[in-house]
Design a binder for this molecule. Structure first.
Ligand code: 13P
Length: 288
């Protein structure tokens, strides 16, 4: 199956009260690992690409070609969306033109009027081409790829204004943070999440900063309308950990252990394992 918009998969997730995992990709090993995990779990999946990661992978077109090539090569049958993560206005348009099937336009750092006006324009551009759109209100805390968020809690009324623009799913800041959570983190504002879902009806909500949120809180967020959960740092941590263990055990010095196909294999497998774990937790197993 080729790339699909994330719209239908998230409407189904919202209706059946589970969430689809959005896993950020960084290179060929990441794409392969996430797709293998999704296929083996018979789960829909969203591959997230930040603008920085796209630059690292030699541009949007290269990412589209690589992902489509791997889907075909591995005979992937589950629905896969290729989604721009925290896109700028220009980035979202460029991704749509390059063949992404879904984009996030993150206008949360603008004032609400400018966020509305720019989101509207992206929605029009995307809808004409069958591409799904995520928008954001209230910034996500922490730093991701040079994008720094203050961790502002979204205003439910502003969420409603953005939700009414024809977007397909909405990210709202509810105390979530990119990267590891600090010791003194107060947890997600599930009360605000509930208010946002109440005011936006059945709009699928997106939970960014999926790394390090306790499982019970994740389940509760899903029960309150979260239909897409973004995970990035956790895959990077397990990859680095498995690679470090391989090298510390001296395996790169045995035979041809230095061959990148061997050196990167434990890290790649670690990503497969963690993605499968998340799919189980999010409830999207066998929902393809
Ligand atoms: P983490 O890196 O905290 O998992 O967050 C990922 C994310 O929200 C990507 O948009």
């Amino acid at each position: 199956m080729g790339l699909v918009s994330a719209k239908e998969m998230l409407i189904k997730a919202r209706k059946e009260a589970y969430a689809v995992g959005h896993f950020n990709i960084n290179n060929m090993e990441w794409v392969k690992a996430v797709l293998i995990a999704a296929e083996e779990s018979n789960s829909p999946v969203i591959l997230g690409v930040s603008e920085g990661a796209a630059k690292y992978m030699m541009g949007y077109k290269t990412v589209v070609n690589m992902v489509e090539g791997i889907i075909e090569y591995l005979n992937i049958t589950v629905p896969v969306a290729l989604h721009l993560d925290h896109g700028s206005f220009e980035g979202a348009k460029a991704c749509i033109e390059a063949g992404f099937s879904s984009v996030m336009f993150d206008g949360s750092h603008y004032g609400i009027e400018e966020n509305i006006q720019k989101t509207k324009e992206i929605v029009k551009f995307a809808k004409e081409r069958g591409i799904s759109v995520e928008a954001e209100v209230g910034s996500i805390g922490g730093e991701e790829d040079g994008i720094l968020g203050g961790g502002e809690i979204a205003d439910p009324k502003e969420c409603k204004m953005i939700a009414d623009l024809g977007i397909d799913f909405l990210a709202a800041g509810i105390g979530n943070i990119h990267g590891k959570y600090p010791e003194n983190w107060q947890g997600l504002r599930l009360d605000v999440l509930k208010q946002i879902q109440d005011i936006t009806g059945n709009m699928p909500l997106v939970l960014h900063g999926g790394t390090g949120i306790p499982n019970d809180m994740v389940r509760e967020a899903i029960s309150l309308g979260v239909s897409k959960i973004n995970v990035n740092t956790e895959c990077q941590l397990v990859f680095a950990d498995a690679t470090r263990k391989y090298i510390e055990a001296g395996k790169d010095l045995e035979g041809k252990g230095f061959d990148p196909r061997k050196l990167l294999a434990p890290g790649t497998q670690a990503i497969v394992n963690i993605v499968k774990e998340k799919i189980d937790l999010f409830g999207s197993k066998d929902k393809a």
